[in-house]
Design a protein around this ligand. Structure first.
Ligand code: NAP
Length: 248
């Protein structure tokens, strides 16, 4: 089998590593190219967009791919929609791998919002002075016109303008610890956390820290997953699905 893994997540890396270790399997991981020094999986890696669903379909045919595994980030909705369309056009099986969303536990004070735009407009109602913005590099423009609060922006790569005028940027890549997050939030006197509901362990420590500090969390809900596409929630489940496919 020749498998395309749409990547950009730890799960995609683990899936590619495990597929590449199976005798007779060829795996190509595709990365968008957003990060300058990405952690690379085993197998082949290609970097950059395909040119929409038609470009992806053309690439799948040219490379004679047998199967597509979309293990992209839960908020990377466009590439997922492209994968659904291209796999259907090529008659290829497609598996979605989506880690479970975070869910609140007692002590959490979550304000759920449907989008980054509503996260930005909702901040005004919270009367917060200093916000910790952990939404990644993309989407910061939604917050650029806000005079208040002051922002601590954390991302992996330097963000591009427009950014909020009153902000400090810290560049750092997880995983993060609860102790580290508590320390950062206390030192910067943060009073609200803004995050996307990415799920997973690497970035979950900030939620425990916010809980311990009694801090509200503006939580951006995930975009919907496409209907009628097989989906699993873990690397192990993806590998089991792949073995089942191989065994007919
Ligand atoms: P997106 O909005 O869904 O995709 C935008 C465009 O980027 C796609 O149309 C595609 O271009 C290209 N693209 C995205 N993922 C690709 C991949 N794995 N391989 C090749 N091209 C890809 O995606 P995004 O939110 O910008 O995320 C980009 C990448 O970063 C994804 O691979 C995702 O797994 C990773 N990531 C995203 C987030 C997040 O919060 N969004 C967080 C962590 C990691 P063409 O149409 O030209 O093919």
């Amino acid at each position: 089998m020749k498998v395309l893994v749409l990547g950009g997540t730890g799960e995609a890396r683990s899936i590619a590593d495990r597929l590449a270790a199976m005798p007779g399997q060829l795996v190509i991981t595709s990365l968008a190219g957003r990060v300058s020094n990405p952690r690379l999986p085993a197998g082949e890696v290609r970097i950059g967009g395909f040119g929409g669903p038609a470009g992806l379909a053309e690439w799948l045919r040219a490379e004679r791919v047998d199967l597509v595994i979309d293990a992209t980030h839960p908020f990377a909705a466009r590439i997922t929609a492209n994968a659904v369309e291209a796999a259907a056009a090529c008659g290829l099986p497609l598996l979605l791998v989506r880690r479970p969303a975070w869910t609140p536990v007692p002590g959490d004070d979550w304000r759920r919002v449907p989008s980054l735009a509503s996260a930005a407009s909702g901040l005004a109602d919270l009367d917060a002075a200093r916000a910790f913005l952990t939404i990644g590099r993309q989407g910061l423009a939604h917050f650029a016109d806000l005079e208040t609060p002051w922002f601590l922006i954390r991302c992996v790569e330097p963000p591009e303008p427009p950014l909020p005028a009153r902000a400090e940027v810290v560049l750092s890549r997880g995983p993060f610890t609860v102790t580290g997050e508590l320390d950062l939030m206390r030192r910067r006197r943060i009073d609200v956390l803004v995050t996307k509901n990415s799920g997973g362990r690497a970035a979950v420590a900030k939620l425990a820290a916010a809980r311990e500090l009694g801090m509200p969390v503006v939580m951006v809900s995930r975009p919907p997953v496409p209907p009628d596409v097989p989906a699993v929630a873990s690397v192990d489940a993806a590998i089991a699905w792949f073995r089942a496919l191989l065994n007919g």
